[in-house]
Design a protein around this ligand. Sequence first.
Ligand code: GDP
Ligand code: MG
Length: 178
Amino acid sequence: MDSSDDEGEEYLFKVVIIGDSAVGKSNLLSRYARNEFNMHSKATIGVEFQTQSMEIDGKEVKAQIWDTAGQERFRAVTSAYYRGAVGALIVYDISRGTTFDSVSRWLEELNTHSETTVARMLVGNKCDLDNIRGVSVEDGKKLAEKNGLFFMETSALDSTNVKMAFEMVIKEIYNNVS
Ligand code: GDP
Ligand code: MG
């Protein structure tokens, strides 16, 4: 947070996106920050973070949203990645049950690395693939409830709930700190 600006308080929150490889983390971020989607995105190509602003209570709130840029393939998401994060999206792919099974491991890793309250949302991405669904909405909701997480199904492909998911997390962070 930086309050040196004449215009009053400024907020800058770090948010991380975690989850197994190929669940759509990079595309969720590019959809939210640039309204872009890439059908053939390469796991290793990605930016470190993107900054996106929204207004809450008449104040400009900036979220610096971090992407793993492929580190997760080697089970080596570094502690630097988590450092200072106050929000997290834990993403799985609704068409691949194994990515849902990994959620608890990602939550443990997040808990291990977080020093403060972290606003957390469980995100079932690729809800456009309903015809080959491998994880029910009900199971997603249950896991979220059990762990005290927000829950939403999204599609980076057709934009369903993407903005909503990020903005809910950012609003919750704002509530946590103000
Ligand atoms: P990451 O490894 O978690 O960052 O996943 P990517 O964002 O690179 O996406 C992996 C693959 O899934 C790419 O081929 C994307 O085009 C595809 N993908 C990402 N999001 C969606 C989605 O919402 N629906 C569908 N059908 N495909 C998606
Ligand atoms: Mg990626």
